[in-house]
Ligand binder design. Structure first.
Ligand code: ADP
Ligand code: MG
Ligand code: MG
Length: 253
């Protein structure tokens, strides 16, 4: 089972001028096995939501709750959240010079499982994950994200997703900067993940393009730190045709 429940979440970010409220009451439930898409204009707070779920220290929760299968996520450290089954693929993955992809993946897997994976299976799993994402086997020897192309960064995030196999995956603009072939490869990876029993996905995106390959159960329109509208996959088609204008006008009136 894996249900992520976000209720009336308020989050502020620390800025030089003091705290600034970014999330203004977000309520959203990803029930067992569901994929939800969050779509919204730049600066609406989508990444803030992702970071708040993952526990980034820059963001302060000032109200509301987040639970995973009933457990209080906000009371957990970043590590505890990962061990509980939450995974975040960041919009801008960070470079870790001097740490190879293989070592990084093995360290992350060991931290999450509480024991090192058996070497023989692990090597096989890593090679398969890289191959499935059309990454060269030598990719494992490269420093994490250093000199990676945009597409390699995103495919590496999906390799992590497949190997760490969390309960809930939060994917922040995993589609940005991908050409059509890479977009298909990344989408297939996400679809393999969600084909497993009880896996939840929160797919954050600015564009509807990825939703042609990953059909969400629900679409939420995110504007100015709040959900402005929600519906089925057809809402994405409507956004594709009409853009975010009508929501923006509504909030500025
Ligand atoms: P999105 O992902 O939808 O583009 P973000 O969550 O990145 O939106 O940002 C939402 C708003 O919060 C923006 O106005 C942004 O400038 C502000 N913001 C986010 N993170 C920070 C930060 N660390 N410091 C200052 N402002 C921030
Ligand atoms: Mg943005
Ligand atoms: Mg963002």
């Amino acid at each position: 089972m894996s249900t992520l429940e976000i209720k009336d979440l308020h989050v502020s970010v620390k800025t030089e001028d003091g705290p600034k409220e970014i999330l203004k009451g977000v309520t959203l439930t990803i029930a067992d096995g569901e994929t939800h898409a969050i779509m919204g204009p730049n600066g609406s707070g989508k990444s803030t939501l992702a970071y708040s779920i993952a526990g980034h220290p820059k963001y302060t929760v000032t109200g509301g709750t987040v639970t995973l299968d009933g457990d209080d996520v906000l009371a957990m450290s970043v590590d505890e959240r990962a061990r509980a089954g939450l995974f975040l693929a960041m919009q801008y993955p960070v470079e870790v010079p001097g740490v190879s992809v293989s070592n990084f993946l093995r360290t992350a897997k060991t931290a999450i499982d509480g024991e090192a994976p058996k070497l023989r299976h692990w090597v096989k799993d890593v090679n398969k994950a890289l191959q499935d994402l059309n990454l060269d086997p030598t990719f494992g020897q490269r420093s994490v994200n250093e000199g990676f192309s945009g597409g390699e960064k995103k495919r590496h995030e999906i390799a992590q997703l497949e190997l760490l196999n969390p309960k809930i995956a939060v994917l922040d603009e995993t589609d940005s900067g991908l050409d059509i072939d890479a977009l298909k490869i990344v989408s297939e990876g996400v679809n393999r993940f969600r084909a497993q029993e009880g896996k939840g996905v929160l797919l954050i995106t600015h564009y509807t393009r990825i939703l042609r390959y990953i059909t969400p159960d629900q679409v939420h329109v995110f504007v100015d730190g709040k959900i402005a509208d929600q519906g089925g996959p057809e809402l994405a088609d409507q956004l594709e045709a009409e853009g975010y204008d009508k929501y923006l006008t509504k909030t500025t009136v």
